[in-house]
Design a protein around this ligand. Structure first.
Ligand SMILES: *Cc1c(COP(=O)(O)O)cnc(C)c1O
Length: 323
């Protein structure tokens, strides 16, 4: 019998509230099948408290749609020729090229005005305009009948002031061109702040309990509970796991049925609590008053666990997802 690896719905919903308290509703980012936990499953937990959802592409939109009637925003442009399908699924499409803009303009003639998302990000890897290209793009969007949801991604604290300046300048450029800007969003978990909440916040890993520096008091929504398969009394055994770590002579040791094969990172070994992490088994020192079965629980901190494992918080959350 393996570990129980769970997501606490109540904690997920409470985490939405603490981000919303920064000043704008939360769009739950459920890309990569809800960070591995299932986009539809997250939607079932979150649908009553989120403003909308964010996914990567049409496939993710189609997979999520049966679980919600709320708006779903896309991070990437539709594949050429697929815009009508995205709109048909109730997706709010992203537009970052002239070709995508032309397809959206043609669609607007057929069905009337609809919003498209236009990003302004001065970094590779995003389906967005570079700030220098905004004015010309705004000009091209004028007269299409499309309205615009402007967004940016604050990739680093050092450059976030410049990114916000570019966003505000982009709003002015679109409005000067006669294009209606219906909303603005900028924040993800790491950049969430009262000052950048704008009209919504795009929160992904923060829903699971990561903060990444955001001034919120969210909680760990992950639970890993492993069955104890063996116990050793104090002094009964000298070495843990593959024989590399000494067991404190005054302590009991528990062997748990959970390991890196379940997503519990090998590098969680600290020699104080966790003595070894194998593919299926973890050995741990028993501490008075603590339940040895709880490997990750309500008192844990997602970011601290990730640091301890030498990985990012996103990677920790994804790694623990059911496989
Ligand atoms: C993934 C993503 C988010 C959510 O990021 P988290 O760090 O998980 O909150 C927000 N915005 C964009 C553009 C993204 O790609």
């Amino acid at each position: 019998m393996g570990p129980q690896i769970e997501l606490e719905g109540d904690v997920l919903r409470a985490n939405v509230s603490v981000f919303a308290a920064l000043g704008a509703p939360v769009a739950a980012v459920v890309k990569h099948d809800g960070y591995g936990w299932g986009a539809r499953r997250l939607a079932r937990e979150l649908d009553g408290v989120v403003e909308s959802y964010v996914v990567a592409d049409e496939d993710e939109l189609a997979a999520l749609r049966p679980a919600t009637v709320k708006p779903v925003r896309l991070l990437g442009d539709a594949q050429p020729g697929r815009l009508a399908a995205v709109l048909g699924l109730g997706g709010i499409p992203n537009v970052s090229t002239r070709e995508a803009l032309a397809e959206a303009a043609a669609e607007a003639i057929r069905r009337g005005s609809f919003p498209v998302r236009i990003g302004v990000v001065d970094a590779a890897g995003w389906s967005a305009l570079r700030p220098a290209d905004v004015a010309a793009f705004a000009h091209a969007a004028a007269g299409t009948g499309l309205s615009v949801e402007l967004w940016t991604h604050l990739t680093s604290a050092a450059r976030s002031a410049a990114a916000l300046e570019a966003l505000v300048a982009a709003r002015a450029a679109f409005e000067a061109a006669g294009v209606r800007v219906t909303s603005i969003d900028a924040a993800s978990t790491a950049s969430a702040r009262p000052g950048v909440a704008f009209d919504r916040q795009r929160i992904g890993v923060g829903l699971f309990g990561a903060r990444l520096g955001a001034p919120v008091d969210n909680r760990c929504a992950l639970r890993v509970t492993a069955p104890v398969v063996r116990r050793f009394a104090p002094g009964q055994i000298g070495w843990a796991g593959y024989g590399d770590l000494p067991v404190p002579g005054d302590r009991s040791v528990a062997v748990l049925r959970s390991g890196y094969g379940d997503g519990f990172p090998k590098k969680m070994v600290d020699g104080v609590d966790i003595l070894s992490v194998g593919m299926q088994y973890t050995t741990r020192v028993m501490h008075d008053g603590a339940d040895p079965r709880i490997l990750i629980g309500p008192d844990d901190d997602v970011d601290r666990l990730a640091v301890r494992a030498g990985i990012g918080s996103h990677e920790l959350v994804l790694g623990l997802a059911p496989r």
